[in-house]
Design a protein around this ligand. Structure first.
Ligand code: ASP
Length: 351
């Protein structure tokens, strides 16, 4: 669990530090301190953006907290029972895909044509195995299809009709496109299209993407996994694919460093290869997960004008929830600690 430890020192640390809080530190053999991560746990997000208190009723806030809590419970139960990080992230993401509150699965945003085109990806930190789908229109839980791409095909990414042909070989729930209709997302499309008639800057101004979902986990065996699912961005054009199914941009996991799931303005996340960049900084520069996430989300991305956030968990069980927007629906539940959910930036990360 903790690098640089002798087995005896490691066992002693475990005996002396029941609970393994993610922000505890413990003595290293050279007399320094080293962060003590959680043995297992998961971190989730339900999208980042201009999420302001004045725009959310208390009732709405409570609905988001409840949905995040339900996703945490689904994922944590898998980990607690000794299940894999991959099973845990899928369980958490499916709960959020099924909730109309989030821009993924049921609550996906609309394209400029008034359709819903969904993207999803998974990655397994054990062996860098990955699977993704882009632009699917009839799959109830795209994250399950992404996993099938990883496990049942020699490929990494299937797009459009081909993804649905691949899906038809499996016992995967399909729905009519109307399943993805929600009044709120439809009205957001009308607003975006009206604004577009006035100014092309609407693309930057209008908050069109809140609600992408994602989860990262570390299991009892120390394996990491990441999963992300989205409807993309309101009023996106024909065939537009965001960062979510681009491995390394919106989704990445490697047991050598960390597992990351992102949310935000996808084009910037693709150009900055955000998820891999965070893990690469840990691997090559020796940064902690938080240092790497800060450098990329609060530094590099801001410098390029990209808005959004990321959640992550590393090989030692340390976690991050980092955002450069006023809000990100988010939460975590790690072994030895209570579950935490939050919406606004000023609520911090619960550690
Ligand atoms: N990153 C997603 C996309 O660009 C949107 C989001 O995270 O809300 O498709």
């Amino acid at each position: 669990m903790v690098r640089g430890f002798s087995v005896v020192a490691g066992l002693l640390a475990i005996l002396l530090l029941p609970g393994c809080q993610p922000d505890e530190t413990t003595a290293t053999p050279d007399g320094g301190t080293e962060p003590e991560g959680a043995e297992y746990g998961l971190v989730i997000h339900g999208g980042a953006g201009t999420i302001l208190r004045e725009n959310l009723t208390e009732e709405r806030e409570a609905q988001y907290h409840a949905a995040l809590q339900a996703a945490l419970e689904a994922g944590y139960q898998v980990l607690e029972e000794g299940g894999s990080a991959m099973d845990a992230v899928i369980a958490a993401v499916v709960v959020m895909e099924d909730a109309p509150l989030f821009n993924a699965g049921r609550g996906a945003v609309f394209t400029s044509e008034g359709t819903n085109e969904l993207d999803a990806a998974v990655m397994d930190g054990r062996d860098l195995d990955a699977g993704a789908v882009a632009g699917v229109t009839r799959i109830k839980n795209p994250i399950r299809l992404a996993r099938l791409v990883m496990e049942e095909s020699p490929h990494v990414l299937f797009a459009g009709p081909g993804a649905e042909t691949f899906a038809s070989q499996f016992d995967l729930e399909e729905v009519e496109p109307e399943y993805f209709f929600t009044e709120e997302r439809w009205e957001a499309l009308q607003r975006a299209q009206e604004a577009e008639e006035v100014s092309m800057d609407w693309y930057e101004e209008e908050d069109r993407m809140i609600g992408t979902v994602g989860a990262v986990a570390r299991d009892r065996d120390g394996n990491l996994a990441a999963a992300t699912s989205t409807g993309g961005m309101t009023n996106k054009r024909y065939g537009r694919v965001g960062d979510v199914p681009i491995i390394g941009a919106g989704t990445y996991a490697s047991n050598a460093s960390c597992a990351i799931s992102t949310t935000g303005h996808g084009e910037y996340f693709i150009r900055n290869v955000v998820a891999r960049e965070i893990c690469a900084r840990m691997e090559h520069r020796g940064e902690t997960l938080q240092e790497a996430a800060d450098a990329v989300i609060l530094g590099q991305l801001v410098d390029h004008g990209g808005t959004g956030g990321a959640v992550g968990i590393d090989r030692d069980g340390m976690i991050t929830l980092t955002l450069n927007t006023p809000g990100m629906y988010r939460g975590h539940w790690v072994a030895g600690a209570e579950p935490f959910t939050a919406i606004y930036e000023d609520e911090g990360d619960g550690r």
